[in-house]
Design a protein around this ligand. Structure first.
Ligand SMILES: Nc1ncnc2c1ncn2[C@@H]1O[C@H](COP(=O)(O)OP(=O)(O)OP(=O)(O)O)[C@@H](O)[C@H]1O
Ligand SMILES: Cc1ncc(CO)c(N)n1
Length: 510
């Protein structure tokens, strides 16, 4: 059996701020599914603003690290970065030669690092010659324009055509494929080109991103290509994929908020679910705000202290029953769209429970009007209609995630408000609306709400930023409707404190 992942080794310097060097290489390997390993050539005290100091361990220690890896692990791919001194370059060259002599031939990508993005040197002048020797041992070398100039021992190219000409001579002379990086040219695009030893040129175009998050782009790109190459057909395939990933990583870099200089790229930008905050954590503030505003409404205050006239409570319950029939349809739609059996069953049970509640409320109303001849009241109010229409619109046009976000506030706002009212109301046995408060403030409803939140988080996990934003919008609108729903009933002044007899059947059971 072949191993499940490409085993990739970075031989490079460090960046304690994690944007360049070994640290960037390991992230880049992981971002492309490789198993990452690292041998340190130099310890660099640097950050996004510049290099402060470089410590190069003894060459013997570098050799010991390299041997520790190759004595034990089959290396499929090697990325070589900062070499610092001629001695370091010679050690790496000698190790590669020993690997080849032993019949091992990992893919070798050489990033001829000479200067950091900040402009600081990372390579001795004398080491430049030693790096030229290494080019011939690599399968791919990835110079930027200044590095290419050093490798061909000529002045820096001023145009893309001059750069291609230098790259062609380097490839022919060394027998190594060159990935020429145009990042330093300026202009609206950031073109790169693969130049083969036979002179064949494959250009890999990419949009230039207006961003200062370019610290370690060269490291990250060469590591990505090293991770991809053993699992792809050729250099063009590996480079195109890596470039596309890097362009996204540069664009997402600013949001990391790392450092005040040239910031790092976001290596994991293409895995939005990874490490991102759960959806419910993202919207918890919105829901808390809706609960705050609801609890201060005249209707809710009067409900909590029991001063609400019973006809006002009945009006609320009537609207709630009308709402629940619509809400049940939307829960059924969530069940229909659900990605797995558990969520399918959860929302189907929710729909059935709502219809049970609605039926009970309806029967109580019929019984009451038969008994005392009271009016049954009109149909759905504009406020109720607006809420139900919002839910039905999401159900008709939205994704499963959208529908789950839309139905969530009905659970969440009620559960949190119920818990507060319950705490505020004290002993419910003597409370005129004790049934209602007890139902929404109880642990069972809190558990259902926690499950609904978990389903929303699961739905949000695999979404990109736009999908998440849609969920947030839909939930925010539902929260507004929740508040408006409570606010539609004004506790009219009046003596009508509910009698216990009137209220026996008025509660809303779960
Ligand atoms: N602003 C940008 N937008 C898009 N791609 C960019 C941008 N800047 C650099 N790149 C790409 O990043 C890769 C590395 O670019 P560059 O030529 O700057 O290498 P480098 O100088 O070795 O990088 P570094 O020293 O920062 O590690 C190239 O593929 C280049 O096209
Ligand atoms: C260790 C190291 N390698 C490469 C670069 C180039 O960005 C850097 N800044 N640091």
């Amino acid at each position: 059996m072949s191993p499940s992942r490409v085993r990739a080794l970075s031989i490079a310097g460090t960046d304690p701020t994690g944007g360049a060097g070994i640290q960037a290489d390991l992230k880049s390997f992981a971002a492309h599914g490789a198993y990452g390993m690292a041998v340190v050539t130099a310890l660099v005290a640097q950050n996004t603003r510049g290099v402060r100091a470089v410590h190069v361990p003894e060459p013997e220690f570098l050799r010991a690290q390299l041997e520790a890896v190759s004595d034990d692990v089959t290396v499929d791919s090697v990325k070589i970065g900062m070499l610092a001194t001629p001695q370091v370059a010679h050690e790496v060259t000698a190790w590669l030669d020993r690997q080849r002599a032993a019949g091992r031939s990992p893919v070798v990508v050489l990033d001829p690092v000479m200067v950091a993005t900040s402009g600081d040197r990372l390579l001795d002048r004398e080491a430049e010659i030693a790096v030229r020797e290494l080019v011939g041992r690599a399968d791919l070398v990835t110079p930027n324009l200044p590095e290419l100039a050093v490798l061909v021992d000529e002045p820096r190219a001023q145009t893309w055509a001059q750069a291609l000409d230098q790259a062609t001579r380097l490839a022919r002379g060394s027998g190594t494929t060159v990935l020429l990086k145009g990042g330093h040219l300026g202009g609206p695009t950031s073109p790169d080109a693969l130049v083969g030893p036979d002179g064949a040129v494959v250009e890999v175009a990419a949009q230039r991103v207006a961003s200062t998050s370019t610290h370690g782009t060269g490291c990250s790109l060469s590591a990505a290509v090293a991770a991809l190459r053993p699992a792809r057909d050729g250099w063009p395939e590996a480079v195109r994929e890596a470039k596309q990933w890097l362009t996204g990583a540069i664009a997402a870099g600013a949001r990391l908020e790392v450092g005040a200089g040239h910031g790092p790229v976001d290596h994991l930008h293409h895995a939005p679910g990874l490490g991102a905050r759960p959806f419910t954590a993202q919207v918890a503030g919105l829901v808390a705000d809706a609960v705050e505003r609801s609890q201060d409404l005249p209707f809710v205050r009067a409900l909590a202290d029991g001063s609400l006239p019973v006809d006002r409570f009945e009006e609320y319950v009537r609207q709630d029953a009308l709402y629940l029939t619509g809400y049940a349809r939307v829960l059924a739609r969530a069940s229909e769209l659900a990605p797995d059996g558990e969520s399918q069953a959860f929302f189907a049970r929710g729909a059935a429970a709502c219809l049970d509640v609605e039926r009970r409320l309806h029967e109580q109303r019929l019984a009451r009007s038969a008994r005392d001849g009271s009016r049954q009241g009109a149909g759905a109010s504009p406020v109720t209609t607006a809420y139900v229409d919002h839910l039905l619109a999401v159900a008709a046009t939205g994704s499963y995630a959208d529908v789950v976000a839309a139905v969530l506030p009905c659970y969440w706002v009620y559960a949190d408000l119920g818990a507060r009212l319950r705490a505020r109301a004290g002993d419910l046995t003597a409370h005129p609306y004790g049934d209602w408060v007890g139902t929404y403030g109880d642990e069972e409803f809190a558990a259902l709400t926690a499950q609904a939140r978990a389903h929303a988080d699961a739905a949000g996990r695999s979404l990109d930023a736009a999908g998440r934003a849609r969920m947030c919008e839909v939930l925010a609108v539902s929260c507004e409707h929740e508040v408006a729903f409570f606010d539609q009933v004004r506790p009219a002044p009046g003596p009508a404190r509910a009698t216990s007899d009137e209220l026996v059947n008025a509660g809303v059971p779960a």
